[in-house]
Unconditional design. Structure first.
Length: 356
């Protein structure tokens, strides 16, 4: 089965794409973002996937790629266009090269114009393609820096993207209005810059008169991305050392029941259920502090900020929310009890009260 996920970084409005093959459990990431590496690792772990490679569509000017950090922590290869000028990659792609993951692959198509090293990655069956900034939803990337060229972009779009099947879905690297996907047929007919009967000279005249402001992150992002996101200042992801916690794709740190039972007294157990649940059939964990979720904001002073807190509820939903409330309030060592009291009881861990 083919696995596909579209992920979003709100700060830079960047889309990252996960493509995986369930049979081999191999996957690739297209356009990973440095600040979202922990999220991406969590998703792949939950889906049981091994990251084979990261592919950047171009040297980005608005965010730093997560390629180097992912290679550092997962051993994945870094793939970029040979024409990008980036140093430190493992795979330098030329037009027509393929990057495989399991029994699937994406083919690289050189689509310069936004930058000289832009690549569009086309899935093997041509049902979807990842266009970077070359072609956006009803738009395109700018052409006024990094060896950009409106003439090259026009040719790239018309010879490498619009030649794909009309029904081929196109996924851009960015969108600032919440649009997630388009198609070749749509853009051929409705793209106001490149569609319809617009000529190359029409397009070049339009692009040369945009007068766009300087990208805010360009002075940081471009030098970093020319090194595939690696620098002397780049540090490995720092994992919490107070407990064997794991980060979930939902953005929550979790600890397993077995560890908690083996380390009584090392943490504060915060039970955020209602009082009748605390004393109900599931019982509660010894020495747990009962603070119902609705009262947590007003009763945080009952917790010691210097000691770790593990939140628990019936199944893990309310307690996950509690961890976020505590983190926003400045609690640094916070985790959710995976599976809540339902899992705690099912695994036979000790409780106070409750029913047999």
């Amino acid at each position: 089965m083919f696995i596909f996920r579209q992920l979003f970084d709100q700060q830079s409005s960047t889309y990252t794409y996960l493509l995986g093959d369930s049979e081999s459990a191999e996957a690739i990431l297209i356009d990973p973002v440095f600040e979202q590496v922990r999220r991406d690792k969590a998703l792949m772990a939950e889906l049981g996937l091994t990251l084979i490679a990261t592919l950047d569509t171009h040297v980005h000017a608005d965010h730093v790629t997560g390629a180097a950090r992912l290679r550092q922590s997962l051993g994945s290869k870094i793939a970029v266009a040979e024409a990008s000028g980036a140093k430190g990659a493992d795979l330098y792609l030329k037009h027509g090269d393929r990057v495989r993951f399991g029994c699937r692959y994406v083919a690289a198509r050189a689509t310069p114009g936004h930058t000289s090293g832009c690549m569009t990655y086309v899935l093997d069956n041509e049902e979807m393609a990842f266009t970077g900034d070359t072609l956006l939803v009803r738009g395109c990337g700018r052409t006024d820096f990094q060896q950009g060229s409106p003439q090259n972009m026009y040719q790239s779009v018309h010879t490498q993207i619009f030649t794909l099947p009309d029904e081929c879905l196109l996924y851009p690297a960015h969108d600032y209005q919440g649009r997630t996907v388009t198609s070749v047929g749509e853009e051929e007919h409705h793209n106001p810059r490149l569609g319809g009967a617009l000529s190359e000279s029409d397009f070049a005249g339009y692009m040369c008169n945009l007068n766009l402001p300087h990208p805010k992150q360009i002075d940081v992002a471009v030098p970093a991305n020319l090194k595939c996101g690696a620098s002397e200042d780049t540090q490995p992801l720092v994992e919490p050392d107070w407990a064997p916690v794991a980060f979930t794709f939902g953005g929550v740190w979790e600890v397993q029941p077995g560890w908690l039972e083996e380390h009584p007294g090392k943490v504060q157990v915060l039970d955020v259920r209602e009082a009748e649940e605390f004393d109900g059939p599931l019982g509660h964990i010894e020495d747990a502090i009962l603070v119902p979720l609705g009262e947590l904001t007003q009763r945080m002073s009952e917790l010691d900020k210097t000691r770790p807190v593990i939140a628990v509820c019936r199944a893990g939903g309310r307690s996950a929310h509690a961890t976020m409330i505590l983190q926003k309030a400045g609690f640094e060592k916070v985790a959710n009890l995976a599976g809540g009291m339902l899992r705690w009881r099912a695994e036979g861990h000790a409780v106070q009260g409750g029913a047999d």
